[in-house]
Design a protein around this ligand. Structure first.
Ligand code: 1HN
Length: 350
């Protein structure tokens, strides 16, 4: 059936405004004035590209070390707040990021929460995190996960400060109003397996006999930098370089091949000095941390310059182009698996 085309109604704007005011008192509103902002032709993030200089952030983090202990703070973290989302503890609209410090001898007490966490170790040796009854020693460049609702505590048995980048899906958990939190009865959780147990069971391209995954997250909690660095190195020698990504790999759940956790994906990539990547867009706003090297990235209309351990954010659907001036390794993470699970993820090359 065809609709007769209706003529536009001629009404004074003031009459409409008066109507909207009356609607307001009923907790109602016209869709037609909101529609264009509500449903955009492409992603329009409320947050902006940004970069945090590591030297500056490290100095502030060390200052915080004189002001509060890890135990008193529960977690001594400087939150990286997107400049356009101040006060919300968000680096993108779906993700949280922060820099955490543990000084020698300190303990960050054990707890668990619905939010999942990932960590990229930035500096220091002698740090550990305990997850699900097993201790993991941290080394710079290691990627470590704390899946949803797993008890985790951190400590530093060494003689130097240990610093890492935290990424959490807190804004997603809170958007769904699914936040739960619980402290562990003691400061540190009981260790029930020797260190390296999960790595032997799941991290040697082997699996326990007839293994079926017990959770939506990886049973392997640490992905050592020594191994990912070697893989990048070999693949760079073997080629080819992807025009958009250089050599880029995604961290995987060895039991499923999927992402380590259902809400967040993590990536590592090698970009050789002088490489200039082609324009790339994706719907997953992405947080980068420079593991090694130096360069700049054009993000939409802006350019950020980065060096070792700097953190920068590429908003959803912003066009990004990386230009390393030195051989560089970039770690990154995003909410890609959550978007994919909902059938929303898109990318555009060139
Ligand atoms: C958390 O548990 C950690 O365990 C770090 O190290 C940052 C930010 C928000 C909520 C929980 C950690 C966090 C966090």
């Amino acid at each position: 059936m065809s609709h007769p085309t209706s003529p536009e109604i001629q009404v004074q704007e003031s009459v409409r405004r008066e109507f909207y005011q009356r609607l307001d008192s009923y907790s109602a509103a016209p869709l037609w004035t909101a529609l264009a902002k509500l449903v955009t032709s492409e992603p329009r993030p409320d947050y902006v590209p940004a970069c945090w200089n590591y030297a500056q952030m490290r100095a502030l983090l060390m200052e915080s070390g004189d002001l509060i202990t890890a135990s008193e703070a529960e977690r001594r973290v400087l939150v990286l707040e997107n400049p356009n989302l101040r006060g919300l503890s968000q680096i993108t609209q779906s993700l949280y990021a922060g820099l955490q410090l543990i000084l020698p001898g300190e303990i960050a007490p054990s707890h668990r929460h619905a939010a999942a966490a990932l960590r990229l170790v930035i500096e220091g040796n002698g740090g550990y995190t305990a997850v699900d009854g097993e201790r993991i020693t941290m080394h710079p460049g290691d990627f470590i996960i704390t899946p949803s609702w797993t008890f985790h505590d951190h400590g530093n048995l060494g003689s130097e400060p240990v610093i890492w980048l935290d990424g959490l899906d807190v804004p997603i958990v809170n958007m769904f109003t699914t936040s739960f939190f619980e402290g562990y009865p003691q400061e540190t959780q009981a260790i029930v397996r020797p260190e390296g147990d999960a790595a032997a069971r799941f991290g040697a391209t082997l699996l326990p006999l007839e293994y079926t995954p017990q959770s939506a997250s990886s049973p392997l909690f640490v992905y050592p930098y020594s191994r990912s660095r070697e893989a990048l190195d070999q693949l760079y020698r073997n080629g080819p370089l992807d025009a958009h990504h250089g050599i880029k790999l995604q961290y995987a759940n060895p039991a499923t091949g999927g992402s380590p956790m259902p809400t967040m994906a993590a990536f590592t990539q090698f970009l050789p000095a002088g490489f200039k990547s082609e324009n790339y867009q994706s719907t997953d706003g992405t947080i980068y941390c420079v593991v090694e090297g130096r360069g700049c990235s054009r993000i939409g209309e802006e350019t950020v310059e980065w060096g070792p351990h700097d953190v920068f954010v590429v908003p959803a659907w912003a066009s990004v182009q990386h230009q390393p001036s030195e051989d560089s390794v970039l770690f990154s993470f995003s909410d890609r698996p959550a978007q994919k699970a909902l059938g929303l993820w898109r990318e555009k090359r060139g």
